[in-house]
Design a protein around this ligand. Structure first.
Ligand SMILES: Nc1nc2c(c(=O)[nH]1)N[C@H]1C(S)=C(S)[C@@H](COP(=O)(O)OP(=O)(O)OC[C@H]3O[C@@H](n4cnc5c(=O)[nH]c(N)nc54)[C@H](O)[C@@H]3O)O[C@H]1N2
Ligand SMILES: Nc1nc2c(c(=O)[nH]1)N[C@H]1C(S)=C(S)[C@@H](COP(=O)(O)OP(=O)(O)OC[C@H]3O[C@@H](n4cnc5c(=O)[nH]c(N)nc54)[C@H](O)[C@@H]3O)O[C@H]1N2
Ligand SMILES: [Mo]
Length: 754
């Protein structure tokens, strides 16, 4: 293990970058790929990544261009994800014999995943100190025995991380519902759930309303609470295209993220040689959680200036008058306090909105992971509706999704609150009555294990223990489970803080060839803009024993349900085409699914985008009124946002650098303003412990280096998942239940020397 002090000694802090990507990024990504995969595999993988007949990048949900694609249709971080999956290192029985679970638990998240790909099914028997090998057959039988011994199917929880394919997701939810539970939490609960909640209420569908083409055609793109240079690098290309055609970009972020400032497109000679494209025309350096206030003020100012698409408001919306009255009364002092902006800055943003004809609003975790996230997103919608910026070319709402298939998984029914229509169609297709009662979301999943109300936890990918808030509580809850089953590619925290009996089931990654049932199988995915297409990996699997996700789920299902409900698990695994036939008959908007994905894919219907129809209760788009609440921070305390470095994918830590923010060889840093350092009597470089305060409780994360940074006073930032122990389980967004990962009240204490 790398002790924290050693990491502390290695940590280097330099100046942050003022631009993203460029030649440096390409060089780094290819060199890293070759190191991990070797030359041949690197060429094969990177050549097929995001190509029409290749595999879909697993790094984010950004869409691919419809027509022409570059020979290198990927970004630095996509290449990292592929290399990480394609590594030649493996973790097999010898590894687990040599390392006890307790010993592995002392390692960092970076170290754990870096050991390589999981190659054998492994079990930790109740009371054992080590994992030992188990045959696939015994593993499936073991899961079946535990599930069949439950008093109620609701004692089982089926988690999904958003990398699972549509086919895997479909059979997984079918299995859970055939067993009798809607306990299908997913990573979306921690991610864009606030978006889904807000959009379903206001426009009648929980997905974004734009295509890539709309972004290209926009004349204003607003990017709120998102760091695309790191997390959606290919989005920078779309921003560049729009800018070339005269679009303006308004970015709203507490931090001056490099990718928002300037972009050197590595796919173009221009990017290779020189200056690149300046991106944001205006960057509003907002205080954490100031967005609700900002957008209410923007609404008020637009109204004052008489900006409104009256015809659209009349014909297609309800609630305008109440909203207009509400924002007209907005308290300007409160807005200034909440945002930390000047009135002139807000007016300047309003100028940009008022003079634009085609506006796209983009947002991500800086918006969704707040207590009032749903209200903030509803406010984006209010302003978009006011200007009629939905359902016309170049305009719309663009929540930028995280995991590459998180949106597809939802479409396939991975949801603890499934719509009645979906369940009806499932019943009609498969001839059993699915459960109607809502299941648990991610936070409730922790609660039911903590309280001994659930016994079996199955995870289709992901790293629930490290990704979820309140790490200590979540880990203890999982250790209390009778059985945990992790379908995984790499070793992670969730295999160590696992149930009394614990299974690790190694699975194929997306870049690998899937020969389940003796034929080459394809899978399908849906991107952030509702485009569905096929994906097929070509690499040799990391080991001969690996099984596909679909195969593993179907076999667990068969071992559990036998011929209950007469579901054709063997056929599904034999030929994924038979799953696609069923998807076509069950999932709304997927008619003729198998045929359409065979022919190059299609875009899922989206009534507001397609025809300005709004499937809400009112049958129209809905203006909503949200009270303006200014979240305050107690004296001497700071608000912490927990975010991603450039060298990680969620809990997967590729390396210890965060190039754009000037950090090398370490992750335990807290970005803090000079003013806060001075006020609190600390200096740049000091080591501190972070103590979070929540309803009389305290949570700690020790030994972080303070880094003076250009962040608003009172607002500090540090990396996730190291800071997840600080996020209280009960600190959740209203209505959506998303953990408030961007709003954690902390105080700093000098680190005790060791
Ligand atoms: N390489 C890479 N790609 C990824 C991921 C990854 O970890 N690595 N993760 C994937 C996933 S699952 C997701 S969900 C996305 C995440 O993509 P992002 O949402 O870009 O991820 P974060 O790092 O959480 O960044 C949050 C941004 O919001 C800003 N912010 C924080 N609080 C506020 C606020 O109150 N108001 C405003 N306006 N801004 C705020 C932060 O300064 C930061 O720039 O990326 C996906 N893509
Ligand atoms: N504090 C804080 N917490 C957060 C966030 C935050 O911003 N701040 N962000 C939240 C967000 S947006 C999200 S989406 C969640 C992410 O939560 P998760 O999706 O649960 O976590 P990941 O880190 O993406 O999961 C990584 C693991 O997935 C497995 N894996 C990788 N590829 C595959 C595959 O192809 N198949 C299978 N079966 N397994 C695979 C590997 O074993 C790897 O260790 O975290 C959330 N947690
Ligand atoms: Mo996410």
């Amino acid at each position: 293990m790398v002790p924290i002090d050693e990491e502390e000694a290695r940590l280097r802090v330099g100046p942050p970058a003022d631009h993203a990507a460029g030649l440096e990024a390409v060089r780094l990504s290819v060199a890293n790929a070759v190191r991990q995969m070797g030359v041949r595999k690197t060429v094969r993988n990177l050549r097929t990544l995001n190509q029409h007949d290749g595999f879909d990048c697993m790094s984010c949900a950004w869409p691919d261009p419809q027509g022409h694609r570059h020979a290198a249709e990927f970004c630095e971080n996509g290449a990292k994800a592929v290399s990480w999956e394609g590594t030649r290192d493996t973790v097999g029985p010898e590894f687990f014999a040599a390392h006890s679970i307790a010993e592995l638990a002392g390692q960092t998240d970076h170290w754990l995943e870096k050991q390589g790909r999981l190659t054998h099914p492994m079990v930790r028997r109740d009371g054992a100190t080590h994992y030992e090998p188990i045959s696939w057959g015994d593993a499936f039988a073991l899961v079946g025995t535990h599930l069949n011994a439950l008093d109620s199917p609701d004692q089982a929880v089926f988690y999904t991380s958003g990398r699972a394919s549509n086919e895997a997701a479909f059979v997984y939810q079918l299995f859970a519902r055939a067993l009798g539970t809607n306990n299908l939490p997913d990573c979306s609960n921690m991610c864009h759930e606030s978006t889904g909640t807000a959009l379903t209420r206001t426009i009648g569908i929980g997905k974004g309303s734009v295509t890539l083409e709309d972004l290209h055609q926009a004349d204003l793109i607003v990017v709120s609470g998102q760091n695309p240079g790191t997390n959606h690098p290919r989005m920078l290309t779309a921003l560049e295209v729009a800018k070339r055609d005269g679009a303006k970009i308004l970015a709203i972020n507490p931090l001056p993220e490099a990718g928002l400032l300037r972009f050197d497109n590595p796919q173009k000679a221009r990017g290779l040689v020189g200056a690149g494209t300046g991106l944001a025309d205006r960057l509003l350096r907002i205080r954490s959680n100031g967005d609700l206030a900002l957008w209410q003020a923007i609404g008020a100012l637009l109204l004052e200036r008489g900006v409104a698409d009256r015809e659209f408001i009349e014909s297609s919306t309800v609630g305008f008058d109440a909203w207009a009255k509400h924002v007209a009364d907005v308290d300007r002092e409160a807005v200034l306090a909440a945002t930390g902006l000047t009135w002139a800055e807000i007016e300047a943003a309003v100028d940009m909105l008022a003079t634009s004809k085609r506006i796209v609003h983009c947002w991500a975790m800086g918006i969704t992971q707040h207590r009032n996230a749903v209200a903030t997103i509803k406010e984006f919608v209010n302003v978009a509706l006011l200007q009629g910026m939905i359902g016309k070319p170049g305009a719309g709402l663009c929540p930028v999704r995280g995991h590459s298939n998180v949106q597809g998984d939802r479409s396939m029914g991975i949801w603890e609150k499934p719509p009645a229509l979906f369940l009806d169609r499932l019943r009609d297709e498969f001839g059993f009555e699915p459960p109607r009662e809502h299941g648990v979301d991610a936070a409730d999943a922790v609660r039911v294990f903590r309280d001994g109300r659930a016994r079996v936890f199955i995870a289709l990918g992901g790293n629930f223990v490290a990704a979820m808030s309140d790490t200590e509580v979540t880990a203890a809850a999982m250790r209390g489970a009778e059985l945990t089953v992790q379908i995984s590619t790499k070793l992670n925290r969730s295999h160590l803080d696992a149930g009394r009996t614990a299974l690790i089931l190694p699975t194929l990654g997306r870049s690998e060839q899937d020969r389940t049932g003796g034929r080459v199988q394809r899978i399908t995915v849906e991107d952030s803009m509702s485009a569905v297409h096929a994906s097929r990996g070509r690499s040799e699997p990391a080991g001969p024993l690996l099984r596909s996700e679909v195969d593993i789920i179907c076999r667990i299902a068969a071992a559990t349900l036998g011929d209950r409900h007469d579901l054709p698990w063997a056929d599904f695994a034999e030929d994924y085409g038979t799953i696609r036939e069923r998807i076509g008959r069950v999932v709304p908007g997927c008619d003729d699914y198998a045929h359409r994905v065979d022919n190059g894919g299609f875009t899922m219907p989206h009534p507001p985008r397609d025809s300005r129809t709004f499937p809400t209760r009112e049958g129209r788009a809905v203006f909503t009124v949200s009270p303006l609440e200014v979240m305050t921070v107690p004296e001497g305390r700071l608000v912490l946002q927990t975010l991603r470095s450039h060298d990680q994918f969620n809990t997967t830590i590729y390396g210890l650098d965060d190039r754009y923010r000037g950090i090398r060889s370490g992750r335990r840093v807290v970005f803090i303003s000079a003013a806060d350092l001075a006020d609190l009597g600390f200096a740049d470089g000091d080591l501190v412990d972070l103590v979070s305060e929540w309803e009389g409780e305290e949570r700690r994360a020790d030994r972080f280096r303070l880094v003076e940074y250009d962040t608003p006073k009172g607002c500090v930032a540090a990396y996730y998942p190291e800071t997840n122990p600080l996020v209280p389980l009960d600190s959740q967004a209203e209505e959506s239940g998303t953990p408030t990962s961007k709003w954690v009240i902390v105080r700093l204490e000098p680190a005790m020397s060791r």
